[in-house]
Design a protein around this ligand. Structure first.
Ligand SMILES: NC(=O)c1ccc[n+]([C@@H]2O[C@H](COP(=O)([O-])OP(=O)(O)OC[C@H]3O[C@@H](n4cnc5c(N)ncnc54)[C@H](OP(=O)(O)O)[C@@H]3O)[C@@H](O)[C@H]2O)c1
Length: 293
């Protein structure tokens, strides 16, 4: 149990990004509760410094109980057909519970604008629209493609095979380190006032496949060439990882947009909020490849 009564509820706290946000909040001495459908796994993963509330967005009673006494809500859930309905229910429950602030992890800005760009972007847009209509303090974070999602595993495969297969090919992408997204989210949850959103967050520069292959070669001490990852191969990887068909079609749209350069623009928003440069992909590649031996 936390030392004091929890004031921040983190949803998605056992996930890839949520666990980083929980750790950052704990590091700042915040009293955190995590909403989870898997309390035993959450306890093993996140430790004893947090409070746990068992439930999902779809369980109204559990959601209301999880929000009791909470001042700030971190709203995060995976892409799914219920993302918009679940997160909208959580916003309404937070309003009823007297929560002061909501920080939402949204989609990458190029998946949201223009409307119709992607299915998940439209779902995030619907939640952002609901947030703007809320009387609470709210801010949406729109992070670019995370280094940890597909780039990290691609670098590890490149170290083994000498081929860095990328959905975007040689088109530049301003990947962001998920640790920077977590740090921005933590600050928005704890700051006296929140920044005007949506906050479009990217890495410090956009990198081509050529440059990523050079980093992979450096980190693995072997020649590495970049290659365009064919959709059939990417879909097979996603299917093997258990990604449902409906989301695989969404990811195909991501790949097409990234190959068109949609994820290349760089913003300084994260660096301004954090007061330091965003983490660079060169450091991420070196760290990832050193960890694989
Ligand atoms: N990856 C990227 O490059 C990228 C870029 C931009 C935006 N995003 C956004 O990031 C989000 C995904 O983050 P992530 O990868 O960290 O998530 P994740 O690891 O896939 O899942 C996060 C957690 O959400 C919880 N959850 C699942 N369904 C839920 C429900 N119905 N109600 C309440 N909680 C639920 C689960 O917790 P329990 O199992 O403990 O219940 C799960 O561990 C998406 O919204 C996506 O659009 C991702």
């Amino acid at each position: 149990m936390p030392a004091s009564r929890p004031t921040i509820l983190v949803t998605g706290g056992t996930g890839r990004l949520g666990r980083l946000i929980v750790a950052d909040l704990i590091g700042q001495g915040a009293a955190v509760r995590v909403l989870t459908a898997r309390p035993a796994e959450a306890r093993a993963l996140l430790g004893t410094a947090i409070d746990l509330a068992e439930g999902r967005f779809e369980d109204a009673d559990a959601l209301a109980a999880s929000l009791a006494g909470i001042e700030a809500l971190l709203l995060l859930s995976p892409v799914s057909d219920t993302l918009a309905s679940g997160q909208t229910a959580a916003i309404a429950a937070a309003e009823r519970a007297g929560v002061r602030r909501i920080v939402k992890i949204s989609g990458s800005t190029w998946t949201i604008d223009p409307p119709g760009a992607t299915r998940s972007g439209d779902a995030h847009a619907a939640v952002e629209t609901r947030l703007r209509a809320s009387p609470l303090e709210t801010v949406a974070l729109r992070p670019n493609a995370w280094m940890q999602t597909s780039l990290g595993p691609a670098l590890v495969r490149a170290a083994a095979t000498g081929s860095l297969a990328l959905p975007q090919g040689d088109t530049p992408v301003a990947f962001i380190d998920a640790r920077d997204i977590a740090a921005v989210a933590m600050r928005q949850l704890l700051a006296e006032t929140i920044a005007p959103g949506p906050l479009v967050l990217t890495g410090p520069r956009a990198v081509t496949g050529t440059e990523l292959a050079r980093l992979a070669a450096q980190g693995s001490s072997r020649p590495v060439q970049w290659a365009k990852l064919a959709w059939a191969d990417q879909e097979a990887q996603l299917a093997a990882a258990g990604v449902p068909q409906s989301h695989r079609a969404n990811i195909q749209r991501f790949a097409m947009l990234m190959a068109d350069g949609a994820a290349a623009p760089v913003t300084a928003t994260g660096a301004q909020i954090l007061g330091r440069p965003a983490r660079d992909v060169a450091a991420f590649a070196a760290e990832t490849l050193a960890a694989t031996g």
